[in-house]
Design a binder for this molecule. Structure first.
Ligand code: 13P
Length: 252
């Protein structure tokens, strides 16, 4: 049975104290309303990771980073390795977010190397894919997502693939207030699951968690999560506001 997950991607927001305070309040809330088999992940900036990881005590609540370097260690000024992330107590890392692909020019081959390095350090990977608006308008969005998955993660062994969570984030929906309709999300998630099935078989496809991301908030989470192939969300802006984030978790 695949896991249902809500992950917050804090991006580059909040100073250290604000981040710790938000993580504490989410942790407290989830103590009083337990998650019952579901998982919540706080993907924080690097500097928050150790502090956040050490204060989380609610069952099913864990932390993750938003990026990692593809090398083990060495002369890479300003970079953070998967080993370092793991040593903070974090369990996850987001790889292939569209902001990394676009702003930092991370290509498929680099993202594949980062994924391998993360898995080697026993981090689970939230691997992002998604098309830009022009690609959807040209009706090549399925091809774009297929290529991202094939180059990024379909080279993995089945054993490694078990530690991948896929996040479908249509770029036109990220931070825009425009959400994919439940039908658009379901259509793409179903397609992604069919690709996983072709590559790894039905059992693996059934077990793969596929998250939706892009202007997901408390008011639309219910209808998105109601789809059979949408197993939760990767939440940006709405993960920075405690009550909003908690209501998204409740929708799950
Ligand atoms: P928003 O929820 O702010 O649209 O961001 C989505 C996202 O990029 C999560 O990784």
């Amino acid at each position: 049975m695949r896991k249902k997950i809500v992950a917050g991607n804090w991006k580059m927001n909040m100073d250290y104290n604000e981040g710790i305070s938000l993580a504490k309040s989410i942790n407290d809330e989830l103590h009083s309303t337990p998650l019952s088999g579901k998982e919540v992940i706080l993907c924080t900036p690097f500097i928050h990771l150790q502090g956040v990881s050490s204060l989380l005590s609610s069952k099913g609540l864990s932390s993750g980073a938003q990026n990692c370097n593809d090398h083990k260690s060495g002369a890479y000024t300003g970079e953070i390795s998967a080993t370092m992330i793991k040593s903070t107590g974090a369990s996850y890392v987001i790889i292939g977010h569209s902001e990394r692909r676009t702003i930092y020019k991370e290509d498929d081959s680099l993202l594949s190397s980062k994924t391998i390095e993360a898995l080697r350090n026993e981090l689970k990977v939230i691997f992002c894919c998604g098309e830009v608006l022009a690609e959807r308008e040209q009706k090549i969005h399925f091809d774009v997502v297929k290529k991202q998955l094939e180059s990024g993660i379909f080279g993995l062994t089945e054993e490694d693939f078990a530690n991948i969570v896929i996040a479908y984030e249509p770029v036109w929906a990220i931070g825009t207030g425009v959400t994919a309709t439940p039908d658009q999300a379901q259509e793409m998630h179903k397609y992604i699951r069919s690709l996983v099935e072709k590559r790894y078989g039905k059992e693996c496809a059934d077990d793969t968690t596929i998250l939706y991301g892009g202007s997901c908030k408390a008011s639309n989470a219910n209808e998105l999560f109601a789809n059979p192939d949408v197993d939760g969300g990767l939440i940006g802006g709405a993960s920075l506001v405690k009550d909003e984030f908690i209501n998204i978790i409740k929708a799950l």
